[in-house]
Design a protein around this ligand. Structure first.
Ligand code: WTA
Length: 649
């Protein structure tokens, strides 16, 4: 698909925007030439107990990497997300909660109600002995208590570590122990797609290996009969009924830790990414407002789980800091059927809808009929995040969900970056399907050759690094600062290394090609696996595709494709040949697939990320050591992949 495919902002987007193209350019320029002035101004969007005098104090210089923003400022994150809105918008809806089962009642939580819920939870945590700086692990489903618990921690200065409710007891135990949480917050059960998730039972199992945990606070959610352990387990609703509905927020230094979030482990044990208070919140709030061009009263729905960074920054902290209405969805896109998202959009008159390419592709694969019957007149803007989006999926999203009327913002960022780093400003400049477009304020992306040579010309290709700090940047790996330096600042000295490959086109637009370890080298030519995938998915019979490299005698690396067909399509050798030809035509002979394996399912983590490590191993015909597959949504997929592998040399 061509870099020339431009989507100009619609008249409606231009009329709505707070930032014109000229303003974007001028403010971006200021943000990188005068970061102290720019960010001092942006910090004013928060309420501070003490406004910071020192704004930026950062260095990427190896080995003395140190990142501090607003270091003498004092604030409380929860007070910024709740209390300061009460006077003017106490009755505005902070959270709309949509339950898993569409037959159940939705909940509408005003800022006033949120305040009471969070204060009570904060007081409960204090009564359990939680103090400023203590770590609290949160293992909850997508229910409002997840947000209450996060904000309650922030209110008393405890550091939360949210662990995705789909993780196994082992994974949970590892994360509890790594940060020495003494308190865990969970629920009797969760619900997803009509099925119960045994959270409390998982916690009970995990805690067999966590001697440090003293207390477990349990939400009465489904009402399932779960054993409560004597002095350890406490019912949330009982404890909350016995405490005051007011809690004075703890004044926190801007650089006090706010949360730890473990990144899913593809190698080694998961890293505890640590974010702090002032810089993170400034950045989450600003990116939420600008990237989504958010205006008061709009309903914002990000379909992520709070167990991932997208849920932290764009369900909880960014929207609430902005006094927005944020929708929290307990269910999944495919249950009761593939129209669930669109029912929810109509039911709650959602204005901004933000999801992941993997969901878009799955829904596209289920057929357009599920979405075409919904008009969704409230929708104004669509977002995509988490992986490169192939232009085919982008166009489908824009046409069938956006009805050719809504803009699409493709947001590139990482757990480590706290908020969007490369993303469009809707209404400010044209977008190109498949490109995350241009850097956010304060972000200085650079393209380096793999050897580390700075690519100065506009049109360039290489690895993506960032030349200077921004306020949302992670500060360290919890308990292992050396690992932080080794992972991000050692390979390319003086830069933050993202681990992603990218291309910058002649117009200065960034195209993320995927993790660098996913970039193939075929006969000496670099090729993004995302590019081949994109070409495959552009074929009308293909629903999803994943491409990896495997050792090839002549080319160095060969191209191995796992292909999931659209519902109702059947595989054949003819189709295999057709797809090879198709890709050859879409990209060029260099990209011709060597092997195509029909894959009814791809090995995905429960957050929807394809586990490429497994695909690479199977493609390499080396499946004896697949490593940990416990984080897969459906581990049985792997057996099918092995049985039908194409490379048996
Ligand atoms: C990938 C998720 C292309 C990228 C917010 C990054 C993307 C990793 C995009 C971080 C995007 C995220 N286009 N690739 N819009 N967004 N990625 O930490 O490889 O779960 O390094 O954060 O996802 O994933 P993480």
């Amino acid at each position: 698909m061509s870099e020339e495919l431009l989507f100009q902002p619609s008249a409606a987007a231009i009329a709505h925007t707070q930032t014109t193209g000229e303003q974007y350019a001028a403010q971006y320029e200021r943000s990188v030439t005068d970061p102290n002035g720019f960010w001092a101004e942006q910090a004013k969007r928060l309420d501070w107990v003490t406004f910071p005098k020192t704004i930026k104090n950062t260095t990427f210089e190896y080995p003395d990497v140190s990142i501090k923003w607003f270091e003498d400022g004092v604030l409380n994150v929860a007070a910024n997300c709740i209390d300061r809105h009460l006077a003017e918008r106490g009755d505005d809806i902070a959270i709309i909660w949509e339950p898993d089962n569409p037959a159940d009642e939705a909940e509408y939580i005003s800022y006033r109600k949120l305040h009471e819920k969070v204060c009570r939870c904060a007081n409960v945590l204090k009564s359990l002995g939680v103090k400023k700086g203590d770590r609290v692990t949160i293992y909850l489903p997508m229910i409002p208590q997840a947000a209450y618990a996060m904000l309650a921690c922030a209110r008393i200065g405890a550091v939360h570590s949210v662990v995705f409710g789909g993780f196994s007891p082992d994974a949970l135990a590892g994360r509890i122990n790594d940060c020495n949480s003494e308190v865990v917050i969970t629920a009797d059960e969760g619900r997803r797609g009509g099925k119960a998730v045994p959270l409390k039972a998982n916690v009970d199992k995990a805690l067999q290996d966590c001697p440090g945990v003293r207390k477990v606070l349990v939400v009465h959610n489904t009402g399932a009969d779960v054993p409560m352990k004597g002095s350890r387990d406490v019912w949330w609703h009982e404890a909350a009924a016995g405490v005051e509905p007011f809690n004075e927020p703890e004044p926190m230094n801007a650089e006090d830790p706010l949360f730890i979030l473990y990144t899913s482990g593809s190698t080694g044990k998961p890293k505890g990414v640590l974010h702090t208070s002032g810089g993170y919140l400034t950045y989450a709030a600003l990116t939420h407002e600008k990237t989504f061009d958010y205006k008061r009263g709009e309903v914002f729905w990000c379909t992520a789980d709070v167990g991932w960074v997208t849920g932290h920054s764009y369900i909880v902290y960014g929207p609430l800091a902005n006094g927005a209405t944020t929708l929290m969805f307990e269910g999944i896109p495919s249950w009761p059927d593939a129209s669930r998202f669109w029912q929810v959009v109509e039911r709650h008159k959602v204005n901004i809808f933000h999801t992941a390419p993997t969901a878009i592709r799955a829904l596209m694969g289920a057929g357009s009929d599920f979405v075409d019957k919904f008009e969704m007149p409230s929708l104004r803007l669509l977002g995509t995040v988490g992986e490169p989006i192939n232009p085919e999926a982008w166009l489908w999203y824009s046409k069938h969900v956006g009805k050719d009327r809504c803009g699409v913002v493709d947001c590139w960022w990482q757990t480590e970056t706290g908020g969007h780093m490369i993303a469009p400003f809707p209404g400010a400049f044209p977008v190109k399907p498949g490109s995350a477009t241009k850097p956010f304020f304060g972000v200085q992306p650079v393209v380096l050759s793999p050897e580390g040579v700075l690519q100065e010309q506009t049109k360039a290709e290489g690895v993506l690094a960032i030349a200077d700090s921004w306020p949302g940047q992670m500060r360290t790996v919890y308990g292992d600062h050396q690992r932080f330096i080794d992972t991000y600042f050692t390979q390319y000295k003086g830069y933050y290394f993202t681990g992603d490959g990218c291309r910058r086109d002649k117009d200065g637009y960034y195209w993320i090609t995927g993790r660098v370890d996913d970039v193939l080298n075929v006969s000496g030519h670099r090729l993004g696996t995302a590019e081949v995938e994109s070409a495959l998915v552009a074929h009308p019979k293909v629903s999803e595709a994943a491409v990896v490299g495997y050792p090839h005698d002549i080319k160095g690396q060969g191209i191995y494709c796992y292909v999931t067909l659209m519902a109702g399509e059947s595989s054949s050798d003819e189709l295999r040949a057709e797809l090879k030809n198709w890709v050859r035509k879409e990209i060029g002979p260099i990209a011709t697939p060597d092997l195509i394996q029909w894959a009814p399912g791809l090995p995905k983590t429960r957050s929807g990320k394809i586990m490429r490590r497994i695909l690479r191993k199977v493609a390499e015909n080396d499946f004896g050591s697949l490593g940990d597959t416990s984080t897969l949504a459906d581990p049985a997929v792997v057996d099918d992949l092995i049985a039908n592998r194409q490379n048996r040399t």
